[in-house]
Design a protein around this ligand. Structure first.
Ligand code: PLP
Length: 396
């Protein structure tokens, strides 16, 4: 094991634990519990368990630990706690550290379920949340108060792909000792340097690029050893959001190929964004990798110029145009995941963001014609040809 390994090596070997059989591929420890040699050992383990001593799969499991240690090494965090889904991770990161009377500042452009936690759940427990335009540093500065305990944002927002300046927001938050929690799904662990850039806690939905093949739900919280073991673990292990060992195995194996997949998908997204940017059937093309993207300078400094695997298209003709486009596609499937090997097209206004009011959608730029397109591993020219015929069909 070496902390000096580069990401590609960590992704393949990080966190590995071998059983007495010395298997090559990581084992799935599909067990809820563990046998103690004697009563004294059981007692000792409940007082304090070492890194290779397990009690119950809700608390921890060897396959789950392999995933936690591999993603922590990849992300440059000290430790990680795996969760049953991305939302269990987001909720765990926030709820484990907040209490009544605390104040949180959050970007307002959020994935629907993240918004639900911040807008509808935390307030029930007496936590006050102020929402800001995440791209506006002056708004963060105005909203962060001496009693602000945490700031939360998606480093690249879903589905309008606004990019938030991790280093600048972290600096403002750290001035009042607030914890910076970043939902980093769209930036991917491949392009992320969020912890190095100032984030204290990074959260992923592993359902997206980490699995990358649409098989399982999962999530993970990455941070300091103190935060993960002292704050997150007690909350997660008693509230039941544990990742199953089988799903953890899918995620561990997913990490091995993630960089290859995400780089190839990003290359395709860039190529398609450039080819379709000025297409007459489009009101707008949103892709962070385009020079015309409002935050392209930040994409250069924060993400090494990589725009990620998702682009958003605003199709002329509103909902009718968007539906005609979706129904004409032959390669991308109509669904709502992203980061998958299969290209996936989503109409946020009627699905992922349906719950929002018209005013909320307007404020977030989720127009009736907006399509979120996650690029997969298909041939880029096949995809481009399919998108072009669907764009033509969208205009009747
Ligand atoms: C998908 C997603 C989540 C939730 O993840 P699940 O695994 O579906 O629970 C949270 N945040 C963002 C940005 C996402 O895209």
């Amino acid at each position: 094991m070496s902390e000096s390994w580069n990401k590609r090596t960590q992704a393949v070997h990080g966190g590995i634990r071998r059983s007495q059989y010395n298997e090559v591929s990581e084992a799935i420890f599909l067990t809820q519990g563990f046998v103690y040699d004697n009563a004294e050992q059981a007692e000792a383990r409940f007082i304090e368990s070492g890194p290779d001593e397990f009690i119950y799969a809700r608390y921890g499991n060897p396959t789950v630990s392999m995933f936690e240690q591999r993603i922590a090494a990849l992300e440059g965090g000290e430790d990680a706690f795996a969760a049953a889904s991305g939302m269990a991770a987001v909720n765990g990161a926030l709820s484990s550290m907040l209490k009544a009377g605390d104040h949180v500042v959050s970007a307002k452009a959020l994935f629907g379920s993240c918004l639900y936690i911040l807008e509808n759940i935390l307030c029930r427990y007496g936590v006050e949340v102020t929402f800001v335009d995440g791209t506006d540093l002056a708004a963060w500065e105005a909203a962060i108060r001496p009693d602000t305990k945490a700031v939360f944002f998606e480093s690249m927002s879903n589905p309008t792909l606004e990019v938030i300046d991790i280093a600048a927001v972290s600096k403002l938050a750290h001035a009042v000792d607030a914890v910076v929690i970043v939902d980093n799904v769209f930036s991917t662990p491949v392009f992320s340097r969020a912890i190095e850039q100032g984030a204290d806690v990074v959260v992923y939905s592993a359902t997206k690029h980490i699995d990358g093949q649409g098989r399982a739900l999962g999530g993970v919280i990455i941070g300091t050893k103190d935060f993960i073991r002292g704050t997150v673990e007690p909350y997660m292990k008693h509230t039941g959001g544990a990742l199953s060992p089988f799903s953890a195995w899918i995620m561990v194996k997913g990490l091995e190929t993630m960089a290859l997949r995400v780089n190839a998908q990003t290359e395709t997204a860039q190529k398609i964004a450039e080819a379709l940017e000025n297409h007459p059937a489009l009101e707008r093309m949103l892709y962070p990798g385009l020079k015309t993207h409002a935050q392209n300078a930040l994409v250069q400094s924060q993400l090494g110029g990589k725009g990620g695997t998702v682009l958003s298209l605003d199709i002329k003709g509103g909902k009718a145009g968007a539906f005609a486009f979706l129904n004409a596609l032959t390669i991308p499937v109509i669904s709502n995941n992203l980061g998958d090997a299969k290209s996936i097209a989503t109409h946020p206004a009627t699905t992922t963001h349906q719950r929002l009011s018209d005013e909320q959608r307007d404020a977030l730029g989720i127009t009736p014609g907006l399509i979120r397109l996650s690029l997969g591993l298909e041939d880029a020219d096949d995809l481009l040809a399919d998108l072009k015929q669907a764009l033509a069909a969208s205009q009747g």
